[in-house]
Structures are given as C-alpha cells and as structure tokens.
Design a protein around this ligand. Sequence first.
Ligand SMILES: *[C@@H]1O[C@H](CO)[C@@H](O)[C@H](O)[C@H]1NC(C)=O
Ligand SMILES: *[C@@H]1O[C@H](CO)[C@@H](O)[C@H](O)[C@H]1NC(C)=O
Ligand SMILES: *[C@@H]1O[C@H](CO)[C@@H](O)[C@H](O)[C@H]1NC(C)=O
Ligand SMILES: *[C@@H]1O[C@H](CO)[C@@H](O)[C@H](O)[C@H]1NC(C)=O
Ligand SMILES: *[C@@H]1O[C@H](CO)[C@@H](O)[C@H](O)[C@H]1NC(C)=O
Ligand SMILES: *[C@@H]1O[C@H](CO)[C@@H](O)[C@H](O)[C@H]1NC(C)=O
Length: 465
Amino acid sequence: MRWLAALLATAGLLPAAHAQEPYYKIDTPDQIRESSRTLAYDLMLFYQGNKTGEIPGILPGPPTEHKGDYYWWEGGAMMGTYVDYWHLTGDTSYNHVVTEGMLHQVGPNEDYQPPNHTASLGNDDQGFWGMSAMLAAENKFPNPPEDQPQWLALAQAVFHTQAAPNRHDNTCNGGLRWQVPMTNAGYNYKNTIANACFFDIGARLARYTKNQTYADWAEKTFDWLWNVQYIDHDNWAVYDGGHVEHNCTDINRAQFSYNAALLLHGSAFMYNYTDGDEKWKNRIDNLLIGILRDFFPEDVAYEVPCEGHRGCSQDMLSFKGYVHRWMSVVTQIAPFTADKILPTLRKSAQAAVRQCVGPPTGRRCGFYWQQGEFVDPAVDKTSGAGEAMNVLAAVSSLLIDQADPPATNETGGISRGNFDAGTNSRDNVEPLAPITTADKAGAAILTILILGGFVGTWGWMSIGD
Ligand SMILES: *[C@@H]1O[C@H](CO)[C@@H](O)[C@H](O)[C@H]1NC(C)=O
Ligand SMILES: *[C@@H]1O[C@H](CO)[C@@H](O)[C@H](O)[C@H]1NC(C)=O
Ligand SMILES: *[C@@H]1O[C@H](CO)[C@@H](O)[C@H](O)[C@H]1NC(C)=O
Ligand SMILES: *[C@@H]1O[C@H](CO)[C@@H](O)[C@H](O)[C@H]1NC(C)=O
Ligand SMILES: *[C@@H]1O[C@H](CO)[C@@H](O)[C@H](O)[C@H]1NC(C)=O
Ligand SMILES: *[C@@H]1O[C@H](CO)[C@@H](O)[C@H](O)[C@H]1NC(C)=O
C-alpha cells in the first residue's frame, strides 16, 4: 500500500455541488436492503474480473504496471465487502463472482501469495485476502467445491506463513515487517497494519477453532504493538509504523482509521474467545474512545491524515468501509459496545448517502461525507471503487442487529480447516527473476545479518552492489 506519494500530493479545494435530496433512503430495513442492492450493483461496475479475458478477483491494476488504479489487496477487500453484503442482505447475486475471484487468487500454494503480485507483496496485502477468507468461514458463505481450497484453510494458510520464523526476526524485538520479499522497498518498515492483520486473523482463528496457539500469537502481537508504542500509551492513538534501522523508534505518527479499527476488531474477538477477559475489555474500551474521538468528528467517518487536504491515495479512499464493517461486528461479539457504536455508525451512514447524488445517475458516491456534498471522484483524481465500497459497507452494515454473529466451528460453522495449511509454502515468496549462485550466497549472508539485526537499509543495499 503505497500511500506516501499520494499523502504528499495535495489537491486544491473543489467547487461544491448544491445540497440535494438524497437518492438513497435508509430509514427502514427494507430501504436499507434496497439501497444496498443498488450500491452493490454500482460497485460491481468497477470490477472487470468476470469478463472474458480479464483476471478474476482483482480490480483494474496494479498501478505499478500501468494496468489500472488498484493494488491487488483491494480486490480481496472488495470480495470481503460482498461476503458481508450477502450475509447482511441475503442477496446471492454476486456470490459466484466472489467465489471465483477468491479462488483464482490463492496462488500455487493456496496461501494468497500469487507470483504475479510478489513484487509488491506486503504482509498486509496477503492479510486482507486472508481476512476475507476468514470472513467467508465466519459468515457461512457457501463452501467452494470439495476439490478446491476451503475458506478456513485459506485463512489458516495465510496465518501460518506469517507465523513462520522467517517472518519474525529480532529487529525491534519482534513483529512483522511490512513487505514479504526482502528485495521489496519497505522491507525495513515494521508497520501497524501488517501486524494488525496478523493479530486479527489469529484472534479469529482462536475463536473459530478454539486452538490456543492462535490466541497466543495474537496476544504476543498486540503486546509487541503496545511495547513498540505504535499504540500511544496516553491516549491510545494508533500510529503507522517505524524502521528497523532505528529499532522502530522513528515512529511515523500518521493515524489511519483502519489501523485502530482493526485492533479494536481483533481485540473484540479475543474478548469473546476469553469469555470476557477484563484485559481485552480494557483494550476495547480505550481503543474505542480513541476511534470515536479521532475518526468520527460529529459522528461522521473522517480519514484524518489525508482527508483535510484531499490527499488520500487509492488505498486510503477505501478505509472508511472497513471501519464501518469491523465496528459493526464488534457490537455482536462484544455486545457491551453496541450502545456506543451503533448510533455513531448510523449518523455516519446518513452522511455517507447524503453525498451520493453525483451524475450521470444522480446516485454516484464520492469520498467526502462530512460536507454532505458530492465531490466528483474524477475531479479529485480518484477513480471511485473505494468510495463506492465505503458507502455500500456503511449502509449494509446498518442491518447488523438482524444478522447472525460470526460463527465458530462449535456454533454452526461449515468451513473445513487444516492445521498444516501453508506450512510448506513459506519460501515461495521470492520475486520471479532466476536466482544465480551469487544471489543465493548474498541472500544467505543477508538473512544472517538481518536476523541478527545488525544492518539497516544502507548496509544491505551496499552489499548488493
Ligand atoms: C459478471 O457479474 C455480473 C454480476 O453478477 C453479471 O451481471 C454479469 O453478467 C457477469 N458477466 C459475465 C460476463 O459473466
Ligand atoms: C497472472 O497474470 C497472468 C497474465 O496477466 C494472468 O493470465 C493470470 O490469470 C494471473 N494470475 C492470477 C492468479 O491472477
Ligand atoms: C529497541 O526497542 C525496544 C522497545 O521496543 C527496547 O526494549 C530495546 O531495548 C531496544 N533495543 C535497542 C538495541 O535499543
Ligand atoms: C460472544 O459472542 C456471542 C455472539 O456470538 C455473544 O452472544 C456473547 O455474549 C459474547 N460473549 C461475551 C463475553 O460478550
Ligand atoms: C469442528 O466440528 C466438527 C463437528 O461439527 C468436528 O468433526 C471437527 O473435528 C471440529 N473441528 C475442530 C478443529 O475442532
Ligand atoms: C493448534 O494449531 C497449531 C497451529 O496450526 C497446530 O500446530 C496444532 O496442532 C493445533 N492443535 C490442536 C490441538 O489441534
């Protein structure tokens, strides 16, 4: 997720449209279902993956190859949005698209590391696909055919590859790096989202399978994020990350909404798994105070680091939707939060639909919810799938109080798992270029040095020269 460039690029103020009567009505469950149906239809127009000759599972991209605006992970996030859409509304229209897309992208080792995308493969990118697979298991999304990988096993595969020793070196006392291949830019960054995805899948696997190993990893990962102070010890703000050559003390304090919301979501799963442990309740309470304070000014979702200066990247333009979906599920598995969360999400969704009045349909959605005015995604140099996904998520999640909570193996779950999934695939993450003997020797030295925690970026870059 390469957001830095976009964060720096600021756009000027844009002319505001006049306030209009909202196209979407969301006052009753029927209106919410009907609005969700249209929002889901419009979002699908950005997806080309079920057309002849196109690649299932992804939105047009990646930008690095000039194939479109979207990185690989966002297709996975979109699949998850439709897994929830089906769960919340009962509309099966897109289930076949989702199943096909999610299975096409599993990669040769069935662990969401397809070779096409290793050149920019982050633990977070893999994690987003893993979270969508986990969601399919929890929502009892129809199982893939018997001879295909199953949802729970796919989530386990993602988790197991990330728990492997080669992803956990001693720099900064532990934690996952952002990028997976050590040749990728960003390999020296240990960030919150990569660890939050891992934490979240661990917490959910613990609850689904009742296997304590997953809970231990989740707890260890949360503790690491706390100790490295990516979570502020005073106000529970959640920061973005730091670099291994600085022992992760050069903290980038940008606060992205999905980081905090994902830690809240995972904490709620741990709270539920531990049957209400006070420690996790305390974490939920504090993270929630921080989220409502920082990301919902006047009860409307707001992307703090970029929205004010209209500098949100394609990635960031999709965060509000995950935040709405994750917070909704929190109200099911940590029900004591419902009174605090649901009224805010409702007001935020109302603001979201108020700005969905763009041409040519009169119902197009932009990104800026607070003003209640449509800002054309094209004018704003954004292309729209994230914006459409956000509003679909915010509106459909209003049905959360009528939906089943996430299932577990003991409460009706139907997905088959595999405790060995992914354990043989950990090395298959190198870029596709042929490896020479000299490269292999260099890689071995690098591994030793990096695992020893002795070199920073410049150290290993100069070894390669
Ligand atoms: C792609 O999926 C959409 C939504 O289900 C459907 O309307 C469309 O006909 C599909 N296109 C093809 C070529 O299968
Ligand atoms: C990888 O890229 C090729 C060429 O664009 C495409 O045919 C194939 O479907 C892609 N594989 C995956 C898993 O996306
Ligand atoms: C690195 O930071 C951790 C806290 O995250 C601290 O415990 C450790 O002593 C630091 N190591 C060095 C070499 O400064
Ligand atoms: C755990 O989640 C279930 C819903 O699956 C809920 O009924 C239960 O109250 C939750 N447990 C706690 C301790 O809140
Ligand atoms: C899940 O439940 C099924 C019975 O519904 C049982 O056969 C299976 O062993 C359980 N799996 C795990 C991992 O507990
Ligand atoms: C729990 O999960 C771990 C990791 O997948 C696995 O090695 C172990 O066998 C599992 N334990 C049980 C009792 O299933």
